[in-house]
Design a binder for this molecule. Structure first.
Ligand SMILES: C[S@@+](CC[C@H](N)C(=O)[O-])C[C@H]1O[C@@H](n2cnc3c(N)ncnc32)[C@H](O)[C@@H]1O
Length: 390
């Protein structure tokens, strides 16, 4: 099927913007999930997939005029593997959706201690769901030993798709062990959050090497304790973690033991908003406080509420930093921009008459590339401050 687009859409797409919204283009009698060829002035522009149920009617999937078959996916996935493994060896986000010009597809790759390659896939759209067999066949062709399908994101509901999580191919005992930056992690993609691990903070965790020696760390919204583990590896004396997840609370003791850190941590299974107040009432202080909350908003209309939540946790997080200690804060809400978060921190500092020196700003790691024409692909903000309490 061939569809002609107007100049505005042509410009957007040739600039790298991969979405066409339903109010930008005439309704068509295509079937949802169909792959179409977009043309401008009778010249081939790209291939896109269609879904009338989504506000995003078309997503560009290829700039080449070729069939989307196993070979297409095999070539794309091999290229990404080759490119990203040079940064991260055997554990990284292999496909980051629009950031890697493959809208609707997320694949994380893990390499177990016994060298098994395990991928965890999130198929987020109908267009990608229809490519499922090709994608899985391409992964098998690459020599992947186990494919886990973690397609249970609520985004699928907007596409009219059901949710599912299962082992699609191969055998694996869960949780499995991986080593990242010489730290052991236990990964359980069926029972853990998202794909089982947050690869987006890899570079930011490495920053802890600079400041951890001899420190006592508070890791708020810790999940399985990735920031804590880096801090401990780089010489922290002790870490306290806060997370409300019972999954994390059960697996953290095993991960700490695996790394020989069993005597250097406490895990508080609690609500962070409540626990931060409690620790502050007790007059507790830490050399490093890390705050890595979940996304507080996915939509524009909830930004104000989200900013209040960010203020709250950052205000109390800052209170718990000792004089000349470090405050590390992050936001993964795409709708909250870098300056919004900085303003929240400024306000929290000013209200308590603290000074803050911004010593480092980070973002998503190299396996989560930003398509510079799509601000939707840039979401992670990360700051490190040194705090002076005068
Ligand atoms: C972005 S993830 C943290 C990732 C983690 N820092 C890491 O590096 O792997 C956010 C975490 O916040 C936890 N969480 C969400 N709301 C919470 C709350 N109100 N209190 C405590 N933990 C919460 C979730 O269970 C999740 O583990």
């Amino acid at each position: 099927m061939k569809i002609n687009v107007n100049r505005k859409i042509y410009n957007n797409i040739t600039n790298g913007y991969l979405w066409i919204f339903n109010d930008e283009i005439k309704k068509s009698d295509l079937k949802d999930g169909d792959i179409v060829s977009l043309y401008y002035n009778d010249k081939f522009l790209c291939k896109a997939y269609y879904n009338s149920k989504s506000k995003i009617s078309y997503r560009v999937i290829s700039f080449e005029n070729r069939e989307l078959d196993v070979n297409f996916w095999y070539e794309k996935l091999c290229k990404l593997y080759e490119y990203k493994s040079q940064f991260y060896g055997g554990n990284f986000r292999l496909v980051y959706s629009e950031g890697d010009f493959l809208p609707g597809l997320i694949i994380d790759l893990f390499t177990t201690l016994d060298s098994k390659k395990v991928v965890v896939c999130m198929l987020l759209t109908l267009g990608i769901e229809n490519q499922k067999e090709n994608i899985f066949r391409a992964l098998k062709k690459m020599g992947i030993d186990c494919i886990i399908d973690r397609s249970d994101s609520n985004l699928r509901k907007l596409e009219g798709l059901e949710l599912r999580r299962r082992i699609e191919y191969g055998k694996i005992e869960l949780p499995f062990t991986v080593s990242i930056d010489d730290i052991y992690f236990l990964i359980d993609p069926l029972n853990g959050q998202k794909t089982g691990f947050y690869f987006d903070q890899t570079e930011n965790r490495r920053f802890l090497k600079n400041i951890s020696k001899g420190s006592v760390v508070l890791d708020v919204f810790s999940y399985i304790g990735s920031f804590s583990l880096y801090a401990l590896k780089y010489g922290a004396k002790f870490v306290e973690m806060i997370d409300e997840s019972s999954f994390a609370s059960n697996i953290v003791p095993q991960i700490m033991k695996l790394n020989g850190f069993q005597d250097r941590y406490i895990f508080h299974m609690d609500n962070a908003f409540h626990k931060l107040r409690e620790l502050s009432n007790l007059g507790r202080e830490f050399s490093i406080v890390v705050v890595d909350p979940p996304s507080f908003t996915k939509t524009k209309d909830k930004i104000q509420n989200a900013l209040k939540a960010y203020f709250d946790i950052n205000y109390f997080g800052l209170k718990l930093v000792k004089n000349e200690g470090y405050f590390i804060t992050s936001s993964c809400s795409q709708k909250i921009r870098e300056n919004d978060l900085l303003n929240v921190i400024r306000e929290a500092l000013h209200k308590q008459k603290y000074f803050g020196k911004l010593i480092y700003r980070g973002g998503q790691s190299l396996d989560h590339p930003i398509n510079v024409s799509m601000e939707e692909t840039e979401y992670l903000k990360f700051f490190v401050f040194q705090i002076n309490k005068q």
